[in-house]
Design a binder for this molecule. Structure first.
Ligand code: GLA
Length: 375
């Protein structure tokens, strides 16, 4: 399959961990439609780890859905998800066992790909725990990549090896459609900001055909659930969502979409932010200015010769972030200035001579979209 835009959807892990079952998946599918998430572009509903029995079927060697969690099997759930107009995803692992110690796909890649295809799976998240010691990422992901491409169904291949083995250098080659570039996110500011920072040198690897997956969003978790830690406030969630959108990362929701706050729903369905994430040119941002732990400024080229500019304050105190027009490629004698509007508030971008100085709350950001206009 060839993925042209960063995939969008929901994954069970961040909130539910091993506490998953058929009812949860069906209620989540209902909520994705009712709450307008599908309309906003969130099309994949992905079941993460812990969906199977602890052992394969002794005769067929197939993976077996857990008899209590999924009493009617996985196809039954996938059919329900499809009937809602959504796409259905599942999880396995390149190792012998998954990260939560359920059977992995090592040495069963072709059988599992065929089984997933027969269940109507559209998306496979493929983890990296418990692999044989002599194997590495390229070797293991190549096998499932080949199996998926020949299983008779279009299945998005989400390679989840946490950025190890220089994954950005081979993920595309083995047939992955997205690749996880970092360890697991927790629901707090430092965790997601460290993930964003770790990708400063990788903007060029994110492109149509194979996108850089910075892990599921924690937006809307408020510290609850499986990876909930201290949680974030709404300012911090805005910053997280703005970063994932600006970077062009897959947008996989991790909160309980059946019970969202008004703020969460507004943020994750914000059309301007999603349009930025899904911009057809799929260009990465540039980090144009940083006073390292004090503030960061990024710029990104968009289709139609528009630009996005993100001013971000990682500090615990309110601060001003500064950037010079020249750092955006705008020379003093260009004959142009920038006209842009803040995405959340609609306020215009103010330029002081040849620089910008933007007041930001603690852990907050301002995100502008606009273009160059003749003086
Ligand atoms: C790893 C992955 C997570 C999640 C768990 C499941 O830690 O990185 O995203 O899939 O495994 O056990």
């Amino acid at each position: 399959m060839f993925v042209k835009k960063p995939p969008m959807g929901f994954n069970t892990w961040n909130t539910f961990g091993e506490k998953i079952n058929e009812d949860l998946i069906m209620e989540t599918a209902d909520a994705m439609v009712h709450e307008g998430l599908l309309d906003a572009g969130y099309e994949y509903l992905v079941i993460d780890d812990c969906w199977s029995e602890y052992d394969r079927d002794p005769k067929t060697h197939q993976l077996v859905p857990h008899h209590e969690k999924f009493p009617h099997g996985i196809k039954y759930v996938a059919d329900y998800v499809h009937a809602k107009g959504l796409k259905f995803g599942i999880y396995s692992c390149a190792g012998v066992r998954t990260c939560a110690d359920y059977p992995g796909s090592y040495d069963h890649e072709y059988l599992d790909a065929k089984t997933f295809a027969s269940w109507g799976v559209d998306y496979l998240k493929y983890d990296y725990c418990n692999k044989p010691g002599q194997t590495d990422g390229p070797f293991l992901y190549r096998r499932m990549g080949m199996a998926l491409r020949n299983c008779g169904r279009d299945i998005l291949f989400s390679a989840c090896n946490w950025g190890l083995d220089d994954v950005w250098s081979w993920a595309r080659s083995v047939g992955a459609d997205i690749y996880r570039s970092t360890g697991d996110v927790c629901d707090n500011f430092d965790s997601f900001f460290n993930i964003a920072k770790s990708q400063y040198n990788r903007f060029g690897s994110n492109a149509p055909g194979c996108f850089n997956d910075m892990d599921m969003l924690t937006v809307g978790m408020y510290g609850k659930g499986n990876v909930g830690s201290s949680g974030c406030n709404d300012t911090e969630y805005r910053t997280q969502f703005a970063l994932w959108c600006l970077y062009g990362a897959p947008l996989m929701l991790g909160c309980d979409v059946r019970h969202m706050t008004k703020e969460t729903k507004e943020l994750i369905t914000n059309r301007d932010l999603i349009a930025l994430n899904q911009d057809e040119e799929c260009r990465g941002p540039m980090r144009i200015c940083s006073e390292y732990e004090r503030f960061n400024v990024f710029m990104r080229h968009l289709s139609g010769n528009e630009i996005a500019i993100l001013f971000l304050n990682p500090d615990n105190e309110p601060r001003r972030a500064r950037a010079f027009a020249i750092d955006m490629g705008l020379t003093v004698d260009s004959g142009f200035h920038i006209e842009a509007t803040e995405i959340f508030t609609g306020e215009p971008l103010e330029q002081q001579r040849d620089y910008f100085s933007i007041k930001l709350p603690a852990h907050g950001c301002k995100l502008y979209r606009g273009r160059l206009v003749k003086d």
